[in-house]
Design a protein around this ligand. Structure first.
Ligand code: AMP
Ligand code: FE
Ligand code: FE
Ligand code: ZN
Length: 288
């Protein structure tokens, strides 16, 4: 089983990188990709653990980006596999995103603090120092204070995008991120395409031009088998991938036990597709 999308506590996952690798092995995963949001800090520990546990490890990053579709600005997550973690342009952009995530999270806490007993310290108590900050840390702080029952409840209420407490973060433009990942020798795969696509739509409503623009910018693949990709869009994405000779992956997007429903190995990537990633990457070596 090849699972190419999972988070550790270097971003918003619950497990340390070694714990994540241990759990992957227990779940029957033979090759795991660690893909924390906007950071490569978990790679070293994950590789050491993979060596000890005897499973394969593909270092990656889930890069937060932003794209325009008409007048709307949407959040797009791009998985970067095997980029050079020391590429100056890429590291500068990731640092900028992580920093903006701190300011944005503080702003959300300030808004929340007007109505709930919550402080920035409560959020820091939920985070490993240096980890990429996101709404999950706020959700954990709210749950620890008894303001919400758990992470998911927070996401469905006061942390929801439509909530008055919600603030969006700065992210690099999607096309620029794709180009930067390529420059750093990495392979770019769009994470959970169409995750925010409004319900009740059909194939005819899908933003083909948006996808074609990203493919023209150098996008290398789509994560089609992911629980948050709308079912009606899966064949459409597979056909688009076939037409443009792109990679197709399947992954769990695991964030830790009880963090989300996603379980390690619940989706898998075909070995031939992993091979294409390895062949197209030149920024870093996978441990296999
Ligand atoms: P942010 O990037 O800070 O806006 O937060 C989004 C992150 O929260 C994503 O990486 C998701 O994995 C995570 N997330 C989204 N929805 C949920 C949920 N219902 N429960 C737990 N985590 C979630
Ligand atoms: Fe996440
Ligand atoms: Fe994501
Ligand atoms: Zn993810």
């Amino acid at each position: 089983m090849i699972d190419l999308h999972a988070h550790s506590n270097q971003s918003d996952g619950k497990d340390s990188p070694s714990e994540l690798v241990r759990r992957a092995k227990l779940s029957g995963v033979s090759v795991l990709a660690i893909t924390d949001h906007d950071t490569t800090d978990g790679w070293e520990e994950a590789i050491t653990a993979a060596r000890a546990q005897g499973i394969g490890l593909v270092p990656g990053i889930e890069v937060s980006t932003r794209a325009r579709i008409g007048l709307r600005s949407i959040s797009v997550h791009i998985l970067a596999y095997l980029p050079n973690p020391d590429h100056p342009g890429l590291t500068a952009e990731l640092a900028k995103t992580r920093n903006s995530r701190i300011g944005r999270a503080k702003e959300m806490v300030e808004r929340l603090a007007a109505d709930y007993p919550i402080s920035w310290q409560d959020v820091e108590d939920q985070l490993k120092p240096g980890a990429t900050v996101g709404r999950p840390a706020l959700a954990d702080a709210l749950a620890a204070k008894g303001i919400v029952p758990n992470r998911s409840a927070a996401f469905e209420s006061i942390l929801h995008k439509s909530s008055p407490y919600y603030v969006s973060d700065y992210s690099i433009e999607t096309e620029l991120a794709i180009k930067l990942i390529r420059e750093a020798g990495g392979v770019s795969v769009m994470a959970h395409p169409l995750i925010d696509f409004p319900a009740g739509k059909s194939e005819l409503d899908l933003p083909l031009k948006h996808f074609e623009q990203l493919i023209a910018a150098g996008l290398n693949g789509f994560e089609v088998d992911h629980r948050s990709v709308p079912d009606f869009a899966k064949d459409w994405l597979r056909e688009l991938a076939l037409k443009h000779n792109l990679i197709v992956t399947g992954s769990s997007d695991y964030h830790g036990d009880g963090a989300k429903e996603n379980q390690l190995g619940e989706n898998s990537t075909d070995p031939a597709q992993l091979q294409r990633i390895l062949d197209q990457a030149s920024g870093f070596e996978a441990f296999l």
